[in-house]
Design a protein around this ligand. Structure first.
Ligand code: NAP
Length: 271
């Protein structure tokens, strides 16, 4: 399912950036085509959603807004109340996608029923999950009755490509969009002096791009979404340039060799 461009904007810890600059960064990202904004009730205890709300006030059209319910709130009624609070903070009537943030202690069937009721009541267009490995996703899909699970948001960066082995193929076969989070490894972007950093710099130089643009292009090469977070307009501009061009096969192979996917199945990585 192609909702928007594949590169969107994350908002975890955006509340720690100067607020006006964060608002301007989000708006610039939207202008540059990063119209998908990912947030969650957890981020800054709702502060990130409020900042997104400021950034999108009066400009809802054409945006794709994603938020998430905390597992501890994800009973049937709790999911509904959490969604209402998120909508209020965001200043919108309806989300484009609402996710369970990670598997929790409430039975998944109950959470899925709660999520489905939100679609029925026009509070979100789509529902999904986050941090679900194949078996958990299979169980969640079995629990869904009326509304398919549209998305699984999971960790995906050059240092953790485990989802390429089983999860991406499973999602692809079952029509579940994969949204990769922490595309720069959160705070662990390869150092320029490292071997991998030098490979990224070489590839980037060949195409007049930056190493981060190469990374975003690589991660989205097969239709997986990437949602880099930045509260800095200069960085936002750079991130938007990760899409709209294509790494040739030999450069994809070079990045692949420098940052190999695991050669056996590994548990889903989480941050
Ligand atoms: P990330 O996007 O991999 O990296 C963010 C860090 O990179 C920030 O320190 C940011 O600083 C910096 N950065 C971004 N663009 C840059 C650029 N062009 N040049 C230099 N530095 C740059 O990490 P993340 O925030 O962990 O992940 C992205 C989003 O995924 C989150 O914000 C959140 O929306 C989502 N997420 C979801 C889950 C989940 O459980 N579902 C977990 C983690 C994250 P500046 O702000 O200063 O640019």
């Amino acid at each position: 399912m192609q909702w928007t461009r594949l590169i969107g904007q994350g908002t975890w810890m955006l509340e720690n950036d100067p607020e006006q600059r964060a608002v301007e960064a989000l708006r610039l990202g939207v202008e540059l085509g990063m119209t998908l904004i990912d947030t969650a009730e957890m981020y800054g205890h709702g502060r990130a959603e409020e900042i997104v709300g400021r950034a999108i006030a009066g400009r809802r059209e054409g945006l794709f807004i994603v938020s998430k319910v905390l597992p501890s709130n994800a009973s049937y009624d709790g999911t509904r109340r959490a969604c209402e609070r998120s909508l209020r903070r965001l200043g919108i009537d309806c989300l484009d996608l609402y996710l369970l943030h990670w598997p929790g202690s409430h039975p998944i069937a109950e959470t899925v029923r709660g999520l489905e009721s939100l679609v029925r009541d026009g509070m979100t267009e789509r529902i999904g999950v986050s941090n679900f490995d194949v078996e958990e996703l299979r169980a969640a899909r079995r629990a869904s009755r009326n509304v398919p699970l549209a998305c699984n948001q999971v960790l995906y960066h050059l240092g953790d490509r485990g989802i390429e082995r089983r999860l991406i193929p499973y999602c692809r076969e079952n029509g579940v969009t994969v949204m990769g989070y922490s595309p720069f490894g959160h705070r662990d972007f390869p150092k320029p002096s490292s071997q991998g950093g030098r490979v990224l710099a070489d590839v980037a130089a060949r195409h007049g791009k930056t190493p981060r643009q190469v990374v975003l292009n690589f991660l989205t090469r097969d239709g997986v979404f990437a949602i880099p977070k930045s509260g800095d307009p200069t960085h936002v501009r750079e991130n938007a340039g990760g899409e709209g061009w294509r790494l040739p096969d030999e450069d994809i192979a070079a990045v692949d060799r420098a940052f190999p996917a695991p050669d056996r199945d590994v548990p889903l990585g989480v941050i």
